[in-house]
Ligand binder design. Structure first.
Ligand code: MLC
Ligand code: AMP
Length: 483
């Protein structure tokens, strides 16, 4: 059973969404559901789903949680949609996943093709009793879109078995129980916020307190209050570091956490050290991927060595493979290989992309594209990525190719190259080098163009106009030579 606490629900708190605007007045705008209420909402939603797949307009709200739990109860695969999704990206996701219905909070306007789908309002006052029989554990639970180096994002088809097994492995790694209250401000259209951050607490029978939007103040209020654990991407911890250094009260509040966990991108050692110095908290780092969920983590009781992501979690097998395709046998924290993983945590396939699915597998192992070393005690250190055309910005994965394609749709762009460049706050920032057509566009116009077509987090932060792009003899842009 994926969410056992819903089978015999109690009036224990399940989900709380904080209202930042009413924090000073005691949180009068906060919204919450007990397990009993969540089961009632989920049952009502499940009874109205027709099967196939359902798109969920995944705003950071309690309606999104009820919608997802309802669809999971019905055994209908959820396609979470980023509420800031641009027109081109939305067209692709809808054409590829072909949802039969869309679930959204009442009164919310939906864009483009979503507005044309049969719509079910997630009205929390509508409740029913009794959940459908538990679906098969190999049944798809989610189709989450993730970027590759080229082309539009691929739909990762994730079975219930991967979610259940991985959440139990994380519970063991983090000594995570029903008594824990998890707080975070992550988006809930990716696996970090949605699977680990919402379904994680629900599978344990504990509570999640979502900040609505991440802020150091909300984190402090929660961690000095009901919350025991916080999840975040390195960008959030980078911002928290500056805030706890400036405000001892904030530092004292964060010090009360049982566990701070970082993932989705590399946590810089400096960030680790700054938070540790100001709060005494040593962040636990874990390493995951949409296709595999969480592969490795430092244990709650383990050594928190900056720059490392600990050892594989229960059930996950991990190996390093060198350029020749041979398994790296040494554990010297120096020999680099590509991480390949195997286990119940793996996805089923890329939707409609048997070619991409086959390419991602190597003798039954999934090729992550991440390069790492292994120490004698098994600790994994991620040192880079095989593809330079994958950018991780703020913890979001973005393909250089999709941004280049979007920019080439603008009449002011003749040629373009996109790459990630180191950024203290975002980890990497997206930079575009543009050979302009006549008339030349303004940089801001190109940035807005990408935000509108794809999504705001894929927009270039910097646009350099150049006379020409560096190319090799075959005419291919040599990105390493970009100024
Ligand atoms: C700015 N905005 C624009 C815009 N410029 N909107 C339209 N057009 C433009 N040109 C808006 C943005 O939408 C946003 O709105 C606001 O302005 C600020 O934008 P930003 O500067 O891009 O956001 P920022 O605050 O810097 O975001 C930082 C962040 C975010 C850390 C909050 O990057 C984030 O949420 N990251 C989490 C990513 C994540 O969950 N990854 C997990 C993937 S799973 P608004 O309203 O939004 O403020 C995975 C596996 C694993 O990786 O291991 O976990
Ligand atoms: P996504 O496709 O959005 O699921 O992103 C997965 C990728 O994020 C991985 O392949 C890694 O490159 C990166 N990632 C996730 N966690 C970490 C981490 N702790 N350290 C370094 N990279 C990470």
């Amino acid at each position: 059973m994926l969410l056992p606490a819903l089978a015999d629900p109690t009036d224990a708190e399940a989900v709380l969404f904080l209202d930042p605007a009413s924090r000073s007045s005691g949180g009068s705008g906060d919204r919450k559901l007990t397990y009993l209420e969540l089961a009632g909402c989920a049952s009502a939603i499940a009874s109205r789903l027709v099967g196939g797949r359902v798109a969920v307009w995944a705003t950071p709200t309690i309606e999104t949680c009820a919608a997802v739990v309802g669809a999971l109860a019905a055994g209908v695969a959820v396609v979470p949609i980023n509420p800031k999704v641009g027109e081109r990206e939305l067209e692709h996701i809808l054409a590829d996943s072909a949802p039969a219905q869309v679930l959204a909070a009442p009164g919310v306007a939906l864009p483009g093709g979503l507005a044309a789908l049969p719509r079910l309002d997630v009205d929390l006052s509508v409740r029913a009793e009794g959940l459908p029989a538990e679906p098969d554990e190999e049944a798809p639970a989610f189709i989450v879109y993730t970027s590759g180096t080229t082309g539009p994002p691929k739909g990762v088809v994730m079975p219930r078995r991967a979610i259940a097994s991985n959440l139990d492995a994380l519970a063991a790694a983090w000594q995570w129980t029903q008594a824990d209250v998890v707080t975070h401000g992550l988006p809930i259209f990716h696996v970090h916020g949605l699977v680990v951050g919402v379904l994680g607490p629900l599978r344990r029978g504990g509570a999640v307190h979502h900040m609505g939007k991440f802020s150091s103040a909300a984190a402090a209020a929660e961690l000095s209050g009901p919350a025991t654990m916080m999840f975040g991407v390195p960008t959030m911890y980078h911002r928290l570091a500056a805030d706890v250094e400036a405000d001892p009260e904030l530092a004292k509040a964060i010090a009360q956490a049982r566990l701070l966990v970082s993932g989705s991108a590399a946590l810089p050692a400096t960030c680790h050290a700054r938070i540790s110095k100001a709060t005494g908290q040593q962040i636990v780092e874990r390493y995951g991927m949409t296709e595999t969920l969480m592969n490795c983590s430092v244990r709650a009781w383990g050594e928190r060595r900056p720059g490392t992501v600990g050892t594989p979690v229960d059930g996950v097998s991990l190996r390093l493979v060198d350029d020749a395709g041979d398994v790296v046998e040494v554990s010297d924290d120096a020999t680099i290989g590509e991480i390949e993983v195997r286990g119940p945590n793996l996805f089923l396939e890329y939707l409609n992309r048997p070619d991409a699915t086959a390419e991602a597998m190597h003798d039954g192992w999934f090729r992550t594209g991440d390069m790492a070393t292994r120490a004698s005690d098994g600790y994994i250190r991620i040192v880079g990525r095989r593809a330079t055309d994958i950018i991780k910005s703020g913890g979001f994965k973005i393909g250089a190719g999709e941004i280049e394609n979007a920019l080439l749709e603008h009449p002011g762009v003749a040629e373009v190259a996109v790459a990630g460049r180191p950024d203290d706050d975002l980890g990497e920032r997206i930079v575009a080098w543009v050979v302009a057509a006549d008339p030349a566009p303004a940089a801001e116009e190109l940035i807005d163009h990408v935000a509108r077509l794809l999504t705001p987090h894929k927009r270039p932060r910097v646009v350099h106009f150049v006379d020409s792009l560096p190319r090799n003899e075959l005419g291919k842009v040599t990105k390493r030579a970009l100024p």
